[in-house]
Ligand binder design. Sequence first.
Ligand SMILES: C=CC1=C(C)c2cc3[nH]c(cc4nc(cc5[nH]c(cc1n2)c(C)c5CCC(=O)O)C(CCC(=O)O)=C4C)c(C)c3C=C
Ligand SMILES: [Fe+2]
Ligand SMILES: [Fe+2]
Length: 354
Amino acid sequence: MTTDSLTSTSPALHTSIGKTGVLIVNLGTPDSPNTPDVRKYLREFLMDGRVIDIPFIPRWMLVNLIIAPFRAPKSAKIYKELWTEDGSPLKTYGYSVEKMLQQMLGDQYVVKLAMRYQSPGIEDGLKEFQQMGLSSLTVIPFFPQYASATTGSVYEEVMRVLKGWQIMPELRFVNRFLDHPKFIEGFARPARKYMAEHTYDHFLFSYHGVPERQIRKGDPTKAQCKLGSCCDTLNQHNQFCYRAQCFETTRLLVKALDLKEGTYTTCFQSRLGSDPWIKPYSDDVIKDLAKRGVKSVLAFSPAFVSDCLETTIEVGDEYRELFEENGGEHWQLVESLNDSQLWVEVLADLVQKN
Ligand SMILES: C=CC1=C(C)c2cc3[nH]c(cc4nc(cc5[nH]c(cc1n2)c(C)c5CCC(=O)O)C(CCC(=O)O)=C4C)c(C)c3C=C
Ligand SMILES: [Fe+2]
Ligand SMILES: [Fe+2]
């Protein structure tokens, strides 16, 4: 082979030698807030066997005959409240972070945003990486705490796509980052600002819930997690218990904000269906706090790195109404990391850890 034939290699391949692909992946959101797009999103999302973890035929019937048709018009209305002129915040922040992280990491890295459901898809992102002939690939799901329904599902999809590749890049998955100091600071910093402006009686840490069954399935000993006080500490036996990881996240935030014992509660939102989900339920906790005479609450949603339907609408609006209806007076949601510099620094650290 002559030098000429070497230099005539395709520019895309040539410039990518030695580069690392970084796939940042969030959950996904509908393509528009209109009912057909919301229905399409709900169908894809809820037909994932890690999200609704029941056998295929009952899952198909539940999703296609009950949840998607009835929920889509209601959810579409809420998505319309959330939508901005740039689209769904979850995706807008994602693109902004993609750009900022690319700038921070420099041209030895190629950063791409993907969504587990809907667009831009994981498969399309990975195919672009494949054409670039990257040497290594880091996948960072945007979920601070590991859950089979989120991080587990992203891995499964990445592995499904990679399975047929002739050349496998060096591969690294980041499976959680709840204890990254800058992740904690990303919530603590805006919280300190609110705490300087107002006195809060109580601090609420509301995480997305999962069905209790999913925690039991993920327990390696099948006996460790009793879904009670055993989740109060995170150790080598329960390190992937989603509920225990949420309590640990609260502990780290409590420490960063120097909150007093008895002034904060960890709870779980967004139940779907009639099976038991992890407790305590956020709506029960909020009603109880208001009835006990708590007048002002600072609320956090630290299972989400981008503001979305679950934070802005559910915690920011619906829980505020619930609190006020039951006698509460002041409710403030701490915004998520969104496209803050701190969040991009967390991601850069996670990429460069190896
Ligand atoms: C924090 C991570 C998340 C976990 C764990 C999770 C589990 C989970 N979710 C559902 C059902 C729904 N979730 C919905 C929205 C939604 N969920 C997450 C994150 C987690 N889900 C996010 C970031 C979002 C918001 C997306 C956005 O576009 O803003 C919805 C749709 C909303 C609605 O129609 O009300 C459903 C439905 C299940 C069953 C589940 C189980 C483990
Ligand atoms: Fe969800
Ligand atoms: Fe547990």
